[in-house]
Design a protein around this ligand. Structure first.
Ligand code: PEP
Length: 257
């Protein structure tokens, strides 16, 4: 039986004062979802604030990205060692907002997938669980390429790191057309894609396929979380906008109980 995980990606939002309100509000309700893994992903500058607030609670924390390099002359980047220093349990990798930014620099998609695999390797080398985000764009969705896109990233990761490495990771299916649009995938669509992902991994190792957590992300709110989380291959959610609102986020966490 896989445990459910609810991950709140704050993106580039918040100040020390608004973070405090949000953290206090969530912690007031934390007992009502202590059977669920819950993690928060603040902007890196607020990592210390979040670490101090969550230390000793049932919630974990992480960052929204990390460098694929260990250390050195990489201005503006954050290393896996630094994340470990701040007690991070997780790190988001390959979020579509990051992928789009890199695509603007004309990086070839295959090169981008390899960089994501390098970041993955770096995170697990420091004992940090990568949450690897994958999903198709609206155009790819319309062309019926969902499985091709997702299959390719899974294959690259497995080829590079070996299938067993996936047991140290979390996967998140995040269709780009559903992120921040208010238009969530239906539970049935998401279930179909999650099941495809498990089948693809099972070709290499059925045990890893059965145990890896696969989250759904894309416009999850308090009022649609329960039917998504009740699907057999959906193990929780990666939550953007709704993670900034105490009531919404708490009700999503409670839907995972
Ligand atoms: C996200 O940023 O990963 C996300 C799923 O955002 P939202 O919940 O706002 O769609």
């Amino acid at each position: 039986m896989r445990k459910l995980l609810v991950a709140g990606n704050w993106k580039m939002n918040g100040t020390s004062a608004t973070n405090k309100k949000l953290l206090d509000g969530i912690l007031t309700h934390a007992d009502s979802f202590n059977s669920v893994d819950v993690a928060l992903f603040p902007p890196a500058v607020y990592l210390q604030q979040v670490q101090q607030a969550l230390k000793g609670t049932n919630l974990s924390w992480g960052t929204q990205n990390l460098s694929q390099f260990r250390q050195g002359a990489y201005t503006g980047e954050i290393s896996a060692v630094m994340l470990k220093d701040f007690g991070c349990r997780y790190v988001l990798i390959g979020h579509s907002e990051r992928r789009c930014l890199y695509a603007e620099l004309d990086l070839d998609q295959l090169v981008l997938d390899h960089i994501i695999a390098e970041k993955y390797e770096m995170a697990i080398s420091e004992g940090i669980t990568p949450i690897v985000c994958i999903g198709e764009s609206p155009e790819e969705h319309a062309r019926g390429e969902t499985e091709e896109i997702i299959g390719r990233l899974l294959d690259i990761t497995i080829e590079r790191l070996g299938v067993k490495a996936l047991s140290q990771a979390v996967l998140a299916y995040e269709p780009v057309w559903a992120i921040g649009t208010g238009k969530s995938a239906t539970p049935e669509w998401a279930q179909e894609v999650h099941s495809f992902m498990r089948e693809r991994i099972a070709k290499h190792d059925p045990t890893t396929a059965e145990t890896v957590q696969i989250l759904y992300g894309g416009s999850v709110k308090g009022n649609n979380a329960a039917p998504l989380f009740s699907m057999p291959d959906i193990d929780g959610g990666l939550i953007g906008g709704a993670s900034l609102d105490v009531d919404e986020f708490v009700s999503i966490c409670q839907a995972a109980v």
